[in-house]
Design a protein around this ligand. Structure first.
Ligand code: UDP
Length: 236
């Protein structure tokens, strides 16, 4: 298969691992996401994942309730590592070789993130899961995704969400809402659209890295994107 993007970085929010049940991580949901990655991995694409932690802990919420910001963010970064282990487990069950790489050293359970090593893993067709965000407080995993994508020279950053793309109105409340097929970075920044935070969008803009926002809950979408079909919204 001719791949439009030979190397990709996929940003998964922590919420992607949730189901309706009152648990932080739902094993069936994780398995179904892993299945999507297996499909595209079989087609030869090199895959890096950046995982969020919002299903377990968001630093901002606890900061707003009086906790020290740095401590709260450190807890948030640890949450992403818990998700990373869950994702790694699910992928390895499908016989995909993976490496969990963390921005905060935790050598008993994961490798430290080292750029050259990450690229080497990708070349050997291992899926890398980057957890721990940027390793610094005051950032988000969206920014970590933009940063890692640029570092490893990914051709695109794919932001997995629960909606089909970016709309002019909330599609849940307004059935007439229209989906944008294409937007510029400036459109996103000017309209304050919450696709990714401003730091992440700015980094992508400066480095000409396209972002595709798509619905990961719809089976087969990732594969379609790689084949070059117009799925979701592309920001470039
Ligand atoms: N975080 C951080 N630095 C980073 C990335 C994340 O301090 O570089 C913390 C921050 O507290 C954040 C939490 O980790 O709220 C979870 O990450 P995020 O909210 O980006 O997860 P997502 O919304 O993608 O699930």
């Amino acid at each position: 298969m001719k791949l439009k993007y030979p190397r990709i970085l996929v940003k998964l929010s922590g919420e992607a691992l949730l189901s309706e049940a009152p648990h932080a991580i739902d094993p069936d949901t994780v398995a179904s996401i892993a299945d999507e990655f297996q499909q595209i991995h079989e087609n030869g694409v090199e895959i890096a994942l950046v995982i969020g932690g919002g299903n377990i802990f968001r630093g901002w919420d606890f900061y707003a309730r009086g906790m020290d910001r740095v401590a709260a963010d450190q807890m948030g970064m640890l949450a992403t590592i818990i998700n990373g282990i869950a994702l790694q487990e699910a992928l390895e069950k499908m016989n995909i070789v993976t490496r969990l790489m963390t921005a905060i050293s935790m050598q008993e359970l994961a490798e430290p993130y080292i750029r050259r090593r990450a690229i080497r893993h990708l070349e050997k067709r291992r899926i890398i899961i980057c957890a721990g965000g940027t390793g610094s407080p005051y950032f988000t995993t969206d920014t970590a995704a933009a940063l890692r994508a640029i570092e490893i020279k990914a051709k695109v950053i794919i932001k997995a969400t629960k909606v089909d793309g970016v709309y002019d109105m909330d599609p849940v409340l307004n059935p007439e809402a229209n989906k944008y097929d294409h937007m510029t970075y400036m459109d996103v920044l000017k309209q304050g659209l919450k696709i990714m935070d401003m730091t992440a969008i700015s980094l992508c803009k400066e480095n000409n890295l396209p972002i595709i926002v798509f619905n990961i809950k719809q089976k087969g979408n990732l594969l379609k994107i790689l084949r070059g079909e117009n799925i979701g919204t592309i920001v470039s």
